[in-house]
Design a protein around this ligand. Structure first.
Ligand code: MLT
Length: 308
């Protein structure tokens, strides 16, 4: 039997794959501490996680029978991949499967920022009618700067272009989108020219704190920043300072440097729209991601190992 431990909630159809597999024993154990996981993981061949479980080097060392770590999602920043590879443990993830959900969320953020929708709703709920306070801007003809142009960035570019926006892209390698008019430019130029800047990068040593004080200072006073990738890519202190000084029109943040213990002062700022890392949290996306990682994990185990 393949022993599979699931430590973050996976969509029902993903768990059903394990339920129906005659060669699988699986357990769901959510919210384990590092010490608890160190003990628990010892007898398992696979561990399946989303973003909440941290798979540290210490956990990997104690995982005597572990063959595969399956990350339901794209970011691998909660897995010590180097430690896993050193121990011969395969790390699987599902890049691209979240793209439709995250791209749609980014478009929602564009509208929400441009028209102050959360603040207008909040004001109505307080019984007010502040029509004059909520005059917004149009997205049509505005410049959207996309930092990181993989599957999600490209999807955002296509949707935004259909809304009449002009697209600038910053990406380390050359971006091909034959169906779209866009300009690939250096980061500094993108920051200076864009009305909206949206980040779609994976977290790595190259991207950590990529958008700091110096970069934020290049942005127009009337511009907005959107981050639905990883909190650590933006210097939160520098962003808050910029907003407090009135040198940025606003920000929409789905991700924070510390999650779930996020920067409350930043999230509470009146020019910030904040959400709790829900970019990929659609029914469709969770289904796709869960089923994909369950299939990949089983496929890998069955092709490489036979456990009786
Ligand atoms: C991902 O890395 O796939 C997304 O950030 C979604 C998540 O982890 O919740």
């Amino acid at each position: 039997m393949y022993r599979i431990l699931v430590t973050d909630p996976l969509e029902e159809s993903a768990l059903k794959i394990f339920e129906e597999a005659p060669d699988v024993y699986f357990e769901t154990r959510y919210g384990l501490s590092e010490d608890e996981l160190i003990e628990k993981i010892k007898s398992f061949n696979a561990v399946l996680i989303r973003s909440a479980t941290q798979i540290s080097a210490k956990i990997i060392q104690s995982a005597e029978n572990l063959k595969v770590i399956g990350r339901a999602g794209s970011g691998l920043d909660n897995v010590d991949v180097a430690a896993a590879e050193k121990k011969g443990i395969k790390v699987l993830n599902t890049p691209g499967t979240n793209a439709p959900a995250v791209a749609e969320m980014t478009i929602a953020y564009l509208f929400a920022l441009a028209r102050s929708l959360p603040r207008a709703d909040h004001s109505m709920k307080k019984g007010l009618w502040e029509k004059k306070s909520f005059s917004g801007i149009e997205l049509n003809e505005r410049i959207l700067g996309i930092i990181g142009c993989g599957t999600i960035g490209k999807s955002v570019a296509r949707k935004a272009r259909a809304l009449g926006m002009h697209i600038l892209v910053y990406n380390r390698s050359r971006v091909e989108m034959d169906d779209l008019t866009f300009d690939q430019v250096p980061l500094e130029e993108l920051l200076k020219r864009s009305d909206f800047v949206s980040i779609h990068l994976a977290l790595s040593e190259n991207t950590r704190s990529l958008i700091g004080k110096k970069e934020l200072a290049l942005m127009k006073k009337e511009a907005y920043l959107i981050n639905s990738s990883r909190g650590e890519i933006v210097d939160e202190g520098a962003l808050l300072a910029r907003l407090e000084e009135g040198l940025l029109a606003g920000a929409a943040l789905d991700v924070f440097t510390n999650e779930p213990d996020y920067n409350k002062k930043l999230a509470a700022h009146e020019k910030v729209i904040a959400t709790p890392h829900i970019g990929a949290a659609t029914r469709e996306s969770q289904q796709r991601v869960g089923v994909r990682i369950a299939d990949l994990t089983l496929e890998f185990l069955r092709s490489k190992y036979i456990f009786l």
